[in-house]
Design a protein around this ligand. Structure first.
Ligand code: PMP
Length: 419
């Protein structure tokens, strides 16, 4: 499979070698790297991307959830054009900035006030910093295997992590969270958690687990922070609305900028008010591009005109149906293979054992994960190397069929390995 990939992508290989002279490993974004070399793209349209070698792929990666709108949404494009006409880097406040903020505060139950950043990483760092400042406590509870940005990565030791004093819980294991909180005593500032682990393998949080974290935060005086950078797209008000659990703070990112650089954090008004520059003890939060006009305009158009509540519900219901269909294909073929996730996000796992926490994903054979990726790409479906698929809005039934057919041919061809 790897040999076929190499044969089909000579220009990507050449590009990788050229780039390697000036970028370490040809790369400025580690997640896009995989052996033997990553595929380079020349463009995209709707829900399709074209490789440098001229092959058109169905885009199942969906830019790790930021590509929800596909590559050429006309409404977003028009908003960007209008913003361009108004001039770049204005260095002042604009109406789209306040408009997007109002829309988000209306949509997410936890969000009374919001601040924008340039990435989800920054949003999480600021939210945790705020929680530590406001509580006067130091410890930050996170999930083993969790991911909250390039400087808060817990799937492997990461010397580049911002060195907050982390304490760890096991996802979907409330007892482990309680034990960790007990050890932290009255020094626990916050619990930072994704209501579905995204990068960790699309592992849905049990409602009881998430509710238990809410209670635990209340009992210990820690703040509960939901990282909804990925999951906010799964209902009109994110997974917090689905579960009826309101965190104290939340973080957002990815698709909300309409496909442009975006991040944000927000929450309870009494907490977020500390960022009011006129407040006596105001916290300083700067950032040259926090309110850049292209992102603010694209985001406002995307969220107000494209990803409206009825579209959100329909898109995720279609995702649920596709995932059920893929799982039926696997079980009909007798393959020890499954898709986890919620709505428009899913991850393939080469095992029949239940996936409830990050360590469950590690028991699956990594060579089968690689094989799935290369076989899918060979079938014309581009996806995350780890097996993640994120459905975008331009995908119609024909595109969902195409994913199903590619999965069916994989489980049929590789059946002897999937036991
Ligand atoms: N939180 C979660 C849950 C994420 O999935 C990501 C990105 N994959 C981030 C934070 C970081 O966002 P960014 O890449 O914009 O820094």
């Amino acid at each position: 499979a790897i040999q076929r990939f190499t044969e089909k992508n000579p220009k990507s290989l050449a590009q990788h070698r050229t780039a390697s002279a000036v970028l370490p490993g040809g790369n400025t974004r580690t997640v896009l790297y995989h052996e033997p070399f990553p595929m380079a793209l020349s463009g995209g349209e709707g829900c399709y991307v074209t490789s440098l070698d001229g092959v058109r792929y169905l885009d199942g990666l969906g830019e790790y959830t930021a590509g929800l709108f596909g590559h050429s949404d006309p409404v977003i494009r028009a908003a960007i054009d209008t913003a361009l006409d108004g001039g770049l880097v204005l260095g002042g406040h604009t109406r789209p900035e306040a408009g997007l903020a109002a829309l988000l505060c209306d949509r997410f139950p936890a969000m009374d006030l919001v601040r924008f950043t340039n990435s989800g990483t920054e949003a999480n760092l600021l939210a945790v910093g705020l929680a530590r400042t406001l509580t006067g406590r130091s410890k930050v509870m996170v999930t083993s295997g969790g991911y909250h940005g390039s400087m808060m990565l817990f799937a492997a030791p990461n010397p580049l992590n911002v060195p907050f004093p982390y304490v760890f819980m096991t996802y979907n294991d409330l007892d482990s969270a309680k034990a960790t909180a007990a050890e932290a005593g009255d020094d626990l500032a916050c619990i930072l958690v994704e209501p579905m682990m995204g990068s960790g393998g699309c592992i849905a949080g049990d409602p009881d687990f998430l509710r238990g974290l809410r209670d635990l935060a209340d009992r210990t005086g820690a703040l509960l922070i939901f990282d909804e950078v990925m999951t906010s797209r799964l209902s009109p008000g994110g997974l917090q609305l689905t579960h009826g659990i309101t965190p104290d703070l939340m973080t957002i990112g990815k698709y909300i900028g309409g496909g442009l650089t975006f991040g944000g954090f927000g929450g309870r008004g009494d907490l977020m008010r500390r960022f009011d520059p006129a407040a006596p003890d105001a916290l300083l939060h700067a950032g040259t591009f926090n309110n850049n006009t292209l992102t603010m305009s694209a985001g406002l158009a995307a969220m107000s005109q494209v990803y409206t509540p009825d579209v959100i519900a329909a898109h995720n219901a279609r995702g649920d149906r596709l995932r059920d269909r893929l799982n039926a294909i696997c079980s009909d073929a007798g393959a020890a293979f499954q898709f986890t996730g919620i709505g428009s996000m899913m991850t393939a796992h080469p095992t029949a054992a239940p996936i409830r926490t990050y360590s469950d994903t590690l028991s699956a054979d990594p060579r089968l994960r690689a094989l799935f990726f290369f076989d899918m790409v060979d079938s014309g479906v581009w996806l995350a190397r780890r097996g993640m698929i994120n459905l975008s809005l331009p995908m119609g039934d024909a595109e969902h069929d195409r994913i199903a057919e590619a999965v069916e041919s994989f489980v049929t061809l590789r059946a002897p390995l999937l036991t």
